[in-house]
Design a protein around this ligand. Sequence first.
Ligand code: HEM
Length: 570
Amino acid sequence: MSSCEPLPTSAASKQKASSESESDSDSSFPDHIQSLLNKYDVTTNGFLPEGPPLEVLPDEYYAPWEELIGRLPESLDAGTFREEADRLPILETDRLKTEGEWRRAYVVLCFFAHGYIWGGSRPSEILPPPISIPLLAVSSHLDLPPIATYASLNLWNFRCVPPPSSYLSGLLPPSPPLTPASSSSSPSLTSGSQQPTCAKFDPTDLSRLQTLHTFTGTPSESWFYLVSVAMEAQGAYIIPTMLRALQAIGQRSENWKETTTKALRELVKCVDAVGELLERMYEGCEPMVFYHRIRPFLAGSKGMSAVGLPKGVFYDLGPAAEGLGEEGEERVQGERRKGKWMAYRGGSNGQSSLIQFWDLVLGVEHVSAGNSSPHSGSGSGSGKKKEQQKLKPFHEEVREYMPLKHRQFLSLVSKMGRGKGGIRKAVMEMVEAAEQEGRELDGKESELQKAFQDATRALAGFRNKHLQIVARYIVIPSRQAVPEGMVRKMMGRGGGRGSDMEGKERKEEQRERVVNLATASSGLQLRKEGGKEDVKERAGPELTGTGGTALLPFLKQTRDETLKAGEVGR
Ligand code: HEM
């Protein structure tokens, strides 16, 4: 299917799904559900904003940021980004007025931070004051970590354009950025758009989405972010439906079984529709470009010893005053500086609130710490197992990377229904009650049990699709030769360890580093010795998390935990 054909999962089905619900007499959303959604910043687009993200900071004061972000891919490609970022003025954040402006500043500064850390021949372990000072202030205001997150890369990094009659060839390139100077007179500036905006803001339609920023300027990178945007929007309508079911369960309302069954059937349709969008990743994102060019920029600073960041990144706040030993001062590269070493996960779609919402509603529990440990990679045997047990589960840990209100919303959802355990708990109690009464489930109960199992299967099916994607975009490229052009691009100009290395040796060193960087995002390493490829069981190196948990087994575990949740009353 071309990217411009109408989506089977577009606005049409989103609206259809809602109107189907609306036609049910008991299905209008009570005011308190609406006010709950408002309170936690869950919009008609789900965890995306209600309207388009701001594209330019309106105050001219921020022109130096806007100017540089506007040509980030070119600057990175030319190998000049670090120098340019070093020369930026250290801007105050007190001119940021609205939440939209704070978010915009966060998007810009996160792109700067990752461009700076990963945009050279070696990762930079120091983030200079023009980036780190405002980034720390902005992330503290938003209560987000000072690192690229799903919010900065996806949720707040897109625009919606009119139907692409003029772009029928398919993928939309990222549009030229706006500068405050070019748009300050425009009344549409604060609503964040210079392009003609959509008649209706509809982020479910991939053909009408564009990213605001990328590191590489490639259509693959835009597509990679935009697929998630469309998925989040497509999944939005199910949120109030599921809340209503959880409330009915919690209140033990007379018709809780019917309400929940209906909601679960709707959830199956929703998960399938979102899964169809996920599979559209193949249409516009090339695996080799993703693996070698895009993914390295998404890497975090946690668990990155293998690529030269053993302590994470130093957020440099400037030279320390005379005298030694003040708190918050460090000797960094021979100089006393104010600042702090920090280590965070990289940007990941695993930070999506929508998928966690589904898990919580259903009562799916995930226990694996995934590949999150920065420190235990070299451990082995039972020691490593014990360390794994001490780690926070991946899904719990990544909540800290979600916008505050969404985090709070998920925490609230986890307690709805009959306390922790979502719909699963209610279904289990129902089955146990029938067992205790020595009877079979009645018709309504059997329907609910089946609807619940179908929903967990649908979610496991979604995770299977995701596993295939991970195999195609990470596992397979990690085992193929690095294409020439990719090495050159990744190294930037003047990259590499020096001119004394030649030919094969230099190429191999570069390949290793590129592969390490590419696998390092989220703390992965390419382990060379032994192991079997676990997708198709071919011999070859094994991708592991630094916590010792192999990547594919981790994702398979999340799928199996989903399936297991569905086993009630068998
Ligand atoms: C090229 C496309 C993609 C690749 C290569 C990919 C890769 C990965 C990897 C390596 C992980 C392990 C944890 C981590 O590194 O953070 C992960 C986890 C995850 N990804 Fe993706 N991903 C892709 C697209 C998506 C999309 C579009 C979504 C939807 C929002 C998504 C949702 C998730 C979720 C929810 C997890 C957590 C594990 C789970 O709950 O099953 N991924 N992904």
